[in-house]
Design a protein around this ligand. Sequence first.
Ligand SMILES: *Cc1c(COP(=O)(O)O)cnc(C)c1O
Length: 392
Amino acid sequence: MIPYGRQSVDQADIDAVVEVLTSDWLTQGPTLERFEAALAERCEAGFAVAVCNATAALHIACLAAGLGQNDWLWTSPNTFLASANCGRYCGADVDFVDIDPLTWNLDTDALARKLEAAESTGTLPKVLVAVAFSGQSCDMRAIGELARRYGFVVIEDASHAVGAHYAGRPVGCGEFADMTVFSFHPVKIVTTGEGGMVLTNRPELAEHLRRLRSHGMTRDPAQMDEPSHGPWYYQQVELGFNYRMTDMQAALGLSQLNKLDGFLARRRELVARYQTLLADLPLVLPTAQAEAESAWHLYVVRLHTDVLPVSHRQVFEGLRAAGIGVNVHYIPVHLQPYYRDLGFKPGDFPESEAYYAQAISLPLYPAMTDAQQDYVVDQLGRLLCKTSPAVS
Ligand SMILES: *Cc1c(COP(=O)(O)O)cnc(C)c1O
C-alpha cells in the first residue's frame, strides 16, 4: 500500500535518540531546550514551549488565552477534531466559520460577517483557532485586522505547516497570531513520534504555557504567596497538567529539523508534478492563498462529482483497491455526533459539507518516488475516465 503520508526516519535520527537514551536525562531536559530553541530560531519566534502532542498544545494555548466557561472559541469545520475540542476542554462554547470553496481554509469574509452579527448579540469569540489547512495559512492579514478590531486571541493551528511561510516570514513568527501550534505526529512535516509545540512572542504567555505544561507548579519565588521554605520548595499556583515531551522525542525532533528543508523541497516537487499530471482530469486542484507558501502536508483534490459517472466513494474505494492509501481530510467537525448533540446539524456550514463530499487526499510524503506518483495518477485517471470521456 502506498500510504497518504509517512515519516522519514534515517540512521542519524536513530543515533540521536539512542544518544539521549544512554544519557542522564530521559524526560524533559537539556535536549528539549535545544529543540525549542532551534524551532524558535527557525520560525523567528521569541519563545517555544514543547509538549506531548499538538492537542495538548492547543489546550494550554486556549487556557493561556484565558478561555473558559461562557466564552466562545471559533474555528473551521474543515479540520481535525482537536482544533475544536480544545475549546470544550476549557468549558467554552465552540462555533465554526465556513470555509472558502477554493483554499478550503476558513473564509475570512464569512468570519467578518459572523463577527459583526456576534458583536450585536454580545457573543464575540475570545479565541479564533485559524487552521492552516494542508500546510497553507489562512488569510492571516485579514484575520489580524479583525482580531484587533474585535479583540479576540488568534491561535494559528499550524499542525500541517511546520516550515511554511506567510507574507514572506516563517509561520510561527507571531506577526499575525498570538500563538502558533505545531504537531509532530508521524504523518506531519517533521516527527517526534508524538509531540507538539506552542510558539509565541509574548513572555507572559510563554511563562504561563510552561507552568500549565507541568502541573501548574512554579519554583519562582516571585510567583509564590509566601517565602520559600527552602531549596526543595515549589508551589502549585493553578491547575496544570503533565503535558511534557521527553528528551528522546526532542532528540528525534532536533535531528528531523536538520532535514526539514529537504522534506519541504521534495513535497513541493511532488506537488508541482501532481499539478501538471492531473491538470486534464475532472478535478479541482488546490488553489494558493495569497501570500502563503505552503508546507504541503496534504495534497487534496476535489472530484467534479456532478459530471462524473462514478461516485466519490467509488473513486476512493477504487484507489484503495489499487493499493493506494488515499484518505479524506476532513469530515466536517460539526457533523460529529458529539457536536450534533451540542446543536449543530447538516446544512450549517454548506461549503465544508460540499467539500467533504468531493475531497480525496492523495499520497504525499518525502520518500514517495516519481514512479509511485505516476502510478497514483494513472489509477486515478482510469477511475475517473473509465466510462466517460475526460471533462475539461
Ligand atoms: C494532527 C492535528 C492536530 C493534533 O495533533 P496531535 O499532535 O496528534 O495531537 C491538531 N490539529 C490539526 C489540524 C491536525 O492536523
